[in-house]
Each structure stands twice: as structure tokens, then as C-alpha cells.
Write a protein that binds this ligand. Structure first.
Ligand code: AMP
Length: 281
């Protein structure tokens, strides 16, 4: 595996792989790798011959008072995991490499899809995400890029950007990888105290209950939302920020759940903000 701290090295290595006829896959991350990230690498390996992963904690997508400074980092461990799972090129730029003139002046404006859910809770977040994803796609120029359903709104926005700006890349969204007790894997789970870790199960339990109710034929959004809220409210350590049933294309709330409706939750567990979702049957 090549570890590349500069854009020039990435471009040279990708050009070399392409000369050999390789199809290029790309997995962007913020590091502190877990099995969720590694499942995206496996998906990339199935769909390409040369897998590029980036690790970049993008300051542009963090708001004031968020966890940019304490976001978990362990490059030595990440490097070993990436190499062991078949990543061919690991791009680990500094902030200066990505933003040499300081914060970029021209950015990707995400529009109305970012006014909902996490975009409403974290103003400016998706502008930062789409700007860095656009930069990374321009640097790597992959044939296919893999994103996780865990960050469902992000995946919707990236697809929309690729369509609206005619970016020549295929976007694949891979399923959520969970702990045995249901908690969605996240680099931020490391923030949870043992008691908070137990309480955090309420998110996947609530989504599982909505999924089960939908499977049993419940279609009424108000009743499905009440089912989820009851489970979250039973955990005093969990403070929901939003609990919603949304149309996967518009992200607008639905009154009747149909196949493909997304149940989505954001909640603080202690001071840690967690998100999770499920696509209803
Ligand atoms: P992050 O490092 O948190 O920015 O995540 C990088 C990529 O990994 C994003 O596309 C996420 O959606 C994806 N990802 C994060 N957690 C999971 C998970 N538990 N299962 C699958 N993909 C995930």
C-alpha cells in the first residue's frame, strides 16, 4: 500500500494504475477506522481493481463548538487496517494540503436537501461535506466511490451533487454495519461512557421497532413515530434531536410510510451526538 500525503502523489499513483488498465474505486473517510469503513473497502474491491481510501478530518464540515479538536485519530492503526484490507493507496492530506489558501472561497451549495435533518441541526455541515467530497473526487477521479447508508442524508446529497454537476463517477451506498447489540458502528462511539454505551442501544431498538411495526402492516407515520419516541423516552440519558420518517428522495416528512421510507434518528447520548436510520420494508 502506498501512503500519500500530497495531491501530486495521488494523481501520479492513480495515473499509473490507470495505465495498467485498472478501474479505480474510492472510499472517503475521516479515519479512526472500524468495520463499517472496512465494509466500504470490501465493496470497492468488488467493484474496482485499485482502491483509494482517504483519511481527512475536514474542518469545513464541523460547526463552532463541535468535536473537531477532539475527533479521534490513530493513523498508525488506520494504516495497518487499510493495508490489511486491500487498500492500494491511502491519501492522508494535511489541512494545508487540502486548503492551501485557507478556507475555500468557492464552495458547493447543497440547497434545500440540506435544510432538513442533520443539515437543520448542523448549519453549514453539508456545504463543508460536499465541498470536500467534490475536491476529493477531482483529486482521485475514481470510476466508483462508496459511501455508507449510516450517513443517509450525506449519501443523498452526494448523489444529487454528482447528478446536478455531471461528475463522471458512479456512487454506491453500502449498508450500515452494526455491533451485535444493534448499535451502528461510528468513530464517535469511543466517546461513550459504559453507561452511555448501554443507553445508546435505544436508537437501533427504536428503529428496529419501527421496522417490525411496518413489517406487521403499520403504515401510519404518527403511530410509527410514537413507537420510536416511546423507546427513546424510556432512556433518560438519550436526548433525541430529531425522530423522523422521510421520503428518501425529497427528505420531506411523510404521513404514510411506504416501502423505502427512511426512519431516521439523531440523539445526544450524554454529550455525544449519534445518528442512525433504517429503510422501512
Ligand atoms: P466517517 O469516517 O464517519 O466520515 O465515515 C466515512 C464513510 O463510512 C461514510 O460514507 C460513512 O457513511 C461510512 N460509515 C460510517 N459508519 C458506518 C457504518 N456503521 N456502516 C457502514 N458505513 C459506515
Amino acid at each position: 500500500m502506498i501512503t500519500a500525503p500530497t495531491i501530486a502523489t495521488v494523481r501520479a499513483a492513480v495515473a499509473e494504475a490507470r495505465r495498467g488498465g485498472a478501474r479505480v474505486g474510492f472510499v472517503p473517510t475521516m479515519g479512526y477506522l472500524h468495520q463499517g469503513h472496512l465494509s466500504l473497502v470490501e465493496e470497492a474491491r468488488r467493484r474496482s481493481d485499485f482502491v483509494v481510501m482517504s483519511i481527512f478530518v475536514n474542518p469545513l464540515q464541523f460547526g463552532a463548538g463541535e468535536d473537531l479538536d477532539r475527533y479521534p485519530r490513530d493513523l498508525a492503526r488506520d494504516t495497518a487496517l487499510a493495508a490489511g484490507h486491500g487498500v492500494d493507496l491511502l491519501f492522508v492530506p494535511t489541512v494545508e494540503e487540502m486548503y492551501p489558501t485557507g478556507e475555500p472561497v468557492v464552495r458547493v451549495v447543497p440547497g434545500r436537501l440540506a435544510a432538513r435533518l442533520d443539515g437543520a441541526a448542523r448549519p453549514g455541515h453539508f456545504e463543508g461535506v460536499l465541498t470536500v467530497v467534490a475536491k476529493l473526487l477531482n483529486i482521485v477521479q475514481p470510476d466508483v466511490a462508496i459511501f455508507g447508508q449510516k450517513d443517509f442524508q450525506q449519501a443523498v446529497l452526494v448523489r444529487r451533487m454528482v447528478a446536478d454537476l455531471e461528475l463522471p463517477v458512479e456512487i454506491v451506498v453500502a449498508p450500515i454495519v452494526r455491533e451485535p447489540d444493534g448499535l451502528a458502528l461510528s468513530s464517535r462511539n469511543v466517546y461513550l461512557s459504559p453507561a452511555e454505551r448501554v443507553a445508546a442501544r435505544a436508537l437501533s431498538r427504536a428503529l428496529g421497532a419501527a421496522d417490525a411495526a411496518a413489517r406487521a402492516g403499520e403504515r401510519d407515520a404518527a403511530r410509527l413515530l410514537a413507537t420510536m419516541r416511546d423507546i427513546l423516552d424510556a432512556e433518560p440519558a438519550v436526548r433525541p434531536q430529531y425522530v423522523e420518517l422521510v421520503d428518501p428522495a425529497t427528505l420531506e416528512p411523510v404521513t404514510t410510510a411506504v416501502p423505502g421510507t427512511v426512519a431516521a434518528i439523531a440523539a445526544f447520548v450524554g454529550s455525544t451526538r449519534l445518528i442512525d436510520n433504517v429503510v422501512l420494508p
